[in-house]
Design a protein around this ligand. Structure first.
Ligand code: SF4
Length: 238
């Protein structure tokens, strides 16, 4: 009988394996079809580019103090470039703020070859495939939960910044599963920009409105509001 290969205990190798599993995942047929369809149809401005068109892996090197959790890859952003929050307006907002707080090597995120590196940070989404209308179904979010759990377990963040209500709810749900509550702490607050909560294991979750155009164009989220979340994260990690 062939010997089964032993699972590697090397964290760097585990991290790479997780990213490979993400990119190969086909658990949600609707989303896989949608990512591919966008990659064929393309936006006029990117007609000469080859779209990524599949699940988008986490951005960052594994163990990190900060984990930024968004909703899902943008159709013509991460689904085009193949890197989280890269190539669209949400990404411009995110990496500008992260750079200002010292979590990113530069404020621009254009494509996978632009030289951007994260500093003590990982960027991910609760749904790793671009969904139609930016709305994954409950079942699709549930399908992606094992990846979220593995990401959190491997990153071991001190602070999670949840971009939007769904990310906030998903992290709280996962925290229950991982026994991050011991009953001694108060109940977590409801989601609103600037809300924060410390779990009994010392991990913090900070809430921010998502830097989507819907929020940034309308002034619901300003640069000042967004910056304050990342400077708070910086302070807590120190
Ligand atoms: S959303 Fe997650 S679970 Fe569904 S296909 Fe994409 S990577 Fe797989």
């Amino acid at each position: 009988m062939a010997k089964r290969k032993k699972a590697s205990k090397d964290p760097a190798e585990q991290w790479l394996l997780l990213q490979r599993r993400i990119v190969r995942c086909k658990k949600c047929p609707r989303l896989i079809a949608h990512c591919k369809a966008i990659a064929v149809k393309k936006r006029k401005a990117y007609a000469d580019q080859k779209y990524w068109g599949k699940p988008v892996k986490n951005f960052g090197d594994g163990r990190a103090g900060l984990l930024v959790m968004g909703l899902a890859p943008g159709a013509h952003g991460a689904n085009r470039t193949g890197r989280m929050f890269t190539g669209d307006r949400s990404g411009d907002w995110l990496y500008r703020a992260m750079h200002k707080a010292g979590f990113a090597s530069q404020p621009e995120s254009i494509d996978r070859e632009d030289g951007l590196e994260l500093i003590n940070a990982v960027v991910s989404n609760v749904c790793l495939c671009a969904p139609p209308d930016n709305k994954p179904s409950r079942e699709e979010v549930a399908n992606c939960q094992p990846f979220l759990e593995q990401t959190v377990s491997q990153v071991q963040p001190k602070v999670v910044v949840a971009l939007g209500r769904l990310a906030w709810m998903e992290i709280l749900r996962l925290a229950k599963e991982l026994n991050w509550f011991d009953g001694s702490e108060e109940k977590p607050p409801k989601f609103c920009h600037g809300a924060e909560f410390r779990f009994s294991n010392g991990v913090w979750i900070l809430a921010s409105y998502h830097p989507s155009q819907q929020n940034t164009f309308t002034g619901r989220l300003t640069e000042k509001m967004f910056d304050s979340v990342f400077s708070r994260a910086k302070k807590l990690i120190k």
